[in-house]
Structures are given as C-alpha cells and as structure tokens.
Design a protein around this ligand. Structure first.
Ligand SMILES: [Zn+2]
Length: 269
C-alpha cells in the first residue's frame, strides 16, 4: 500500500517471520503515534529490515521499519515517496517511475515504467507463465526462458488450450482469406526469443486440420529469430477459409535442437 499519510515505510512483522526476512535491532525503539497523538497498536518499532522490492520492472532495496500492520504487507510512506518520487495517477491507479533516480537505478528493463491496468498485469502473468511452462522442457542452459514480445498492441500471447496440450495456440493478428488449394501467410504480431539449442515448430491445430483441411507449412522458428512469427496456412480443402483477427490458427511446440553447440549466422529482424 502507498500511503502519503505515513511518516515512515513499514513492513509487517508476520511477513518478515513467515519469509525468514532478517530483522536488524533498532538502536532506539520508537512508538508510532496516530494523528490524535495516541501510540498506535502497530508499534513500538524495535527492528528494521532491508528487503528487495519489485513493483513491475522497478526494483530496489528498500529499508523498512518492522511493525504490526496486519492488513498490509508493506506500507510505502513519505520516505519512499520522496526517494523515488513517482508520478501517481490516483484515478487510474497508475504509478509511473519517471524520476532520474528510478530511470537510472531502479528500472530493470523498460524506461517507461509501469501501469497496472488489470489487462496489462494479466498479460504479463501470461508471459511469465508461458516462460515457466516452456522452461521445464527446455535444456539446462543458463538462459532457458522463452521471451514473447508483442509487436502490436492487439497481438495475443500464445496460450495453452488445455493443461495437457503439447503446444501453445498461436493467434492471427490480421484477417486473411485462404482460398481453396492455396496457401496464405498470416502474421501473429508476436516475436519469440527461444532458449539456446531449442527451436519452435509451428504445427497445425488438429481441429482445423480435421474440419477444414487447414495445414501449416514452413513452420520453424530458430532460437535466434527475433522477427514476427508468421504462419503459413495451406488450405487443402475445396472451400475458402476465412481467418479472422484473433482466431487460433496454429500451435507452437518448442523442441530441443539436436545440433550441438553450433551457431547460426543471419539473425532475422
Ligand atoms: Zn525508484
């Protein structure tokens, strides 16, 4: 919780105990006073602690006073607000870390800090989940996460249709007609960075293959491919098949590459 009415930054004592966070004894125990000058049940403060705190891509080592917060894990008060000086849009519930300190020290990746609309948070979770799922089957290299980058705002991140599905569904990012006996290229609006020594195979979705004789062609993504993933759809049937934007058109299966330690030149994109 961010509370501009709090004179200090606090962390809940139980949270520290539960997670084994090391607490440092304060030199002088302090009472916490409420606005009416009575001592608060949150205190007295006898310990301090330093904990890494992640808020989206913003990371810092924060110093907290340990208190009995009960309803909150942490309260980020005035010291924190002054230090990071974020822009807070209270209506949209959006925090933008745009101070010089944050852009220099705290932000891991994106210089534009983070909004927390639900849709965005959800999307970020999906990306993380996707990475985790794939990492399980990946090689035991250091960097084995699958990175998914959206190249357009409306592109959809690959999703597993069912828990037991081998692949992740790929979504069309544009509407396309695939006439009978013809093949068409459909953009997905995403780029994928694969772990070293893996490749992505684009396979037909079985329902499309069975019902509409819609197959996939030329569907391999190298681990060094950074460009847009495009699906070649081949219509082996007798009728035109209309792909709508947002349709699931194929599936992506990540497999281990047999090639040992080889490097490829010519990265795309
Ligand atoms: Zn910061």
């Amino acid at each position: 919780m961010i509370d501009s009415g709090a004179t200090q930054d606090f962390i809940d004592r139980e949270v520290c105990n539960k997670h084994g966070i090391k607490m440092i004894k304060a030199k002088n125990p302090r009472e916490i006073y409420l606005a009416d000058r009575k001592p608060s049940a949150m205190g007295p403060v006898t310990h301090m602690t330093k904990v890494p705190v992640d808020i989206s891509s913003h990371r810092e080592l924060a110093t907290f006073q340990v208190a009995n917060l009960q309803n909150h894990e942490v309260i980020l008060g005035m010291p924190w607000l002054r230090e990071h000086n974020p822009t807070i849009d209270w209506n949209d519930k959006r925090i933008t870390f745009n101070s010089e300190r944050c852009t220099t020290w705290c932000l891991k990746s994106s210089p534009v800090a983070y909004a927390i609309p639900e849709e965005k948070a959800l999307e970020e979770n999906l990306i993380t989940r996707f990475s985790k799922i794939q990492a399980k089957n990946g090689p035991t290299a250091n960097n084995q996460s699958v990175r998914v980058r959206k190249l357009s705002a409306e592109a959809r991140v690959p999703m597993k249709g069912t828990a037991r599905a081998a692949g992740h569904d790929l979504y069309a990012n544009e509407g396309t007609d695939v006439p009978a006996r013809v093949q068409a290229i459909v953009g997905t609006g995403i780029a994928i960075g694969l772990p070293h020594n893996t490749y992505g195979r684009i396979a037909p979705r079985s329902s499309l293959a069975v019902k509409h004789r819609l197959m996939t062609n030329a569907g391999v993504i190298d681990s060094d491919n950074r460009g847009e993933v495009k699906v070649v759809l081949a219509n082996l049937g007798d009728q035109l098949y209309r792909v709508e934007k947002g349709d699931r058109i194929a599936q992506l299966i990540i497999e281990k590459s047999r090639q040992q330690g080889g490097t490829r030149s010519n990265p795309v994109g």
